[in-house]
Design a protein around this ligand. Structure first.
Ligand code: FAD
Length: 564
């Protein structure tokens, strides 16, 4: 037996396993359903992240339910199924969130430990700022005093300059009142447009498998097992009047032998926003009616399990450009690709050593926006945004295949403060059956309003003089949008997700009438179980989610250690 069994080796689980096993007295087993990150070489190559999902052996290959807000389209919803979890297949944009995000987590949980100021110690444990792959002079691109330099995850500014970057920055000068420059978004105030960080070191992906698990893997008190899917948690007794869940059933695949593993202290669920609530439900912890429909006996009735999902809807907007130096050609032309691969193999530089964006922006609707007459501002606070702009030196569109010719640039919009909430539920007691995943994207007036306004903002952005002679015409349907009605139709037809779903096992105050875990991440109403992953975040943050989840997991590991 082990002191702790951690289920899932993603952003959350890898941190917990690595931090707990720093103490040689603590024995830890980490079980991961997927394969090794080292089994698939492109995992390490940043720009090849685009090819790792959806529908591959590294992906759980989920599809959402038809989304009413998106003209009833069902969309692919990738999740990493590999050591490192989604951090092994994601696009590596690295941020912390806004100070408002964490202060709101503290206020809804009644635990000041989740406040932004307290969480900065964990940001420093997570971040190791390193030079960008091309070693360029980064003066003016960030504020060194805000960054960690000795954490687990290598973080760097873009390592391959693109023709888009200087034009984005020039636009922040030309249109400074609407699109101000932000000298560094990790400082708590995300608003404005600035340079983007990525979890990349030496032109190579720095996932939780690379940054946390690899250095810990040799410890005698840590065992890491891959191809091991947890299928159910079992009741092992009672403490007071609550059931203990200290046993987990694990198997390689449907029909293979099942092993029962027992933890002396706790089982830590880090199976992610979909995996964690699904496993709770399979084990009888969830909404009584939903469990009955799925054929699972209820052990603990908690209607919050699988609810409250919030996500960032994503809308790519694409323009033709007058420049052949875009990533479109690298990714579609085998000769160019092979040249880039040779360069990456030699010194980890060039297009493949970089990630998808060098500049991001976080923006608010104007205070006078008509939607605020009917919807209270859902943003986390004044240093937080309603939508994001991501500037990409190629065509991005998860809905349709890339054309065989052309050079493009995209302003990808993400809806950062959605009021829509989605859910996940199992439909069968069979752990290999896919759950119903409903992120419920763009389901409210606020969400559609904000995306329509964001499209108009993106059009104003690229109308700046800085883009003269570079941008040609809009494509992909954007070119025929003029009225708000036309833009709305375009939004509903083209919106997807940026895969940031959180909240399905949300934390809430002790004794609250809703929520799945207490502020110390212990599952309510049971003994022996904690959750440490994206599912505990009550609201999706002002960030690409790996960073905030890393921070939550660093503190989560501390909370667990304190109880040892
Ligand atoms: P995960 O990292 O998904 O880890 C969960 C782990 O649990 C997985 O390894 C999974 O296989 C395992 N697991 C699940 N169920 C079981 C089970 N029953 N038994 C055993 N193991 C199980 N975020 C960013 O910050 N920047 C980005 O650029 C970015 N791009 C993204 C691109 C894509 C395509 C995707 C899918 C995500 C992206 N994200 C990005 C999101 C980010 O990666 C996730 O929010 C984050 O990794 C979630 O952390 P987690 O610990 O909650 O879950």
């Amino acid at each position: 037996t082990y002191d702790y069994i951690v289920v899932g080796a993603g952003a959350g689980g890898a941190v917990v396993a690595a931090r707990l096993s720093e103490d040689p007295r603590i024995s830890v087993l980490l079980v991961e359903a997927g394969i090794s990150n080292e089994a698939v070489p492109p995992v390490a190559i940043p720009l090849m992240g685009l090819s790792l999902t959806p529908n591959t052996m590294l992906d759980w290959n989920y599809t959402t339910t038809p989304q009413p807000g998106l003209n009833n389209r069902a969309i692919a919803y990738p999740r990493g199924r590999v050591l490192g979890g989604s951090t092994s297949v994601n696009y590596m944009v690295y941020m912390r969130g806004s100070s408002d995000d964490f202060d709101r987590y503290a206020s809804v949980t009644g635990d000041s430990g989740w406040k932004w100021d307290n969480m900065q110690q964990y940001a420093r444990k997570n971040e190791k700022l390193v030079a960008p792959g091309d070693q360029h002079d980064t003066t003016g691109e960030f504020n060194p005093s805000l960054h960690g330099t000795s954490g687990a995850i290598s973080v760097s500014l873009g390592g391959n300059p693109t023709p888009v970057d200087s034009r984005v920055i020039a636009t922040t000068q030309e249109l400074a009142s609407e699109f101000p420059f932000n000298s560094d978004m990790v400082g708590g105030d995300v608003l404005g447009i600035g340079w983007a960080f990525a979890s990349i070191g030496n032109g190579t992906r720095s996932s939780s498998a690379v940054g946390y698990l690899a250095p810990a893997a040799g410890r005698p008190n840590l065992d890491i097992v891959i191809n091991a899917q947890a299928t159910k948690l079992e009741v092992t007794g009672k403490v007071g009047n609550v059931p203990s869940f200290r046993r987990v059933l694990v198997t390689e695949k449907a029909g293979a032998a099942v092993r029962a593993l027992t933890a002396k202290n706790e089982i830590v669920l880090s199976a992610g926003t979909f995996g964690t609530p699904a496993l709770l439900q399979l084990s009888g912890i969830g909404d009584r009616t939903e469990l009955r429909e799925a054929g699972v006996a209820t052990v603990v009735h908690n209607p919050s399990v699988g609810k409250n999902m919030s996500d960032h809807a994503l809308l790519p907007n694409v323009w033709n450009v007058n420049n052949s130096d875009t990533y479109d050609s690298v990714l579609r032309n085998p000769d160019e690709f092979n040249t880039s691969l040779a360069q990456w193999t030699k010194d980890k530089t060039g297009p493949l050593g970089s990630h998808i964006t060098n500049n991001l922006g976080w923006l608010r609707l104007p205070k006078t926006a008509s939607i605020f007459k009917t919807t209270p501002d859902p943003s986390a606070g004044p240093k937080s945004s309603h939508y994001e702009m991501i500037f990409v030196n190629m065509r991005v569109n998860p809905n349709t295949p890339a054309p065989s010719t052309g050079n493009f640039m995209s302003v990808v919009l993400a809806l950062i403060s959605p009021t829509s909430r989605g859910s996940i539920k199992i439909t069968s007691s069979n752990p290999f059956a896919k759950p119903l995943i409903n992120p419920n994207l763009v389901a409210t007036d606020f969400d559609i309003f904000t995306l329509v306004e964001a499209v108009k903002a993106a059009k104003r952005f690229v109308a700046a003089k800085a883009w003269n002679g570079y941008i040609k015409d809009a494509v992909g349907g954007l070119e025929t949008t003029n009225t708000d009605k036309e833009i709305e139709a375009y939004v509903r037809e083209n919106t997807n997700t940026i895969w940031h779903a959180v909240g399905t096992a949300m934390m809430s105050a002790k004794g609250a009438s809703y929520g799945v875990v207490d502020p110390d991440l212990k599952v309510k109403g049971v003994d022996g179980l904690r959750v440490v992953d994206g599912s505990v975040l009550p609201f999706v943050p002002n960030a690409h989610t790996e960073g905030p989840i890393y921070l939550i997991a660093e503190r989560g590991a501390d909370l667990i250690k304190k109880d040892f």
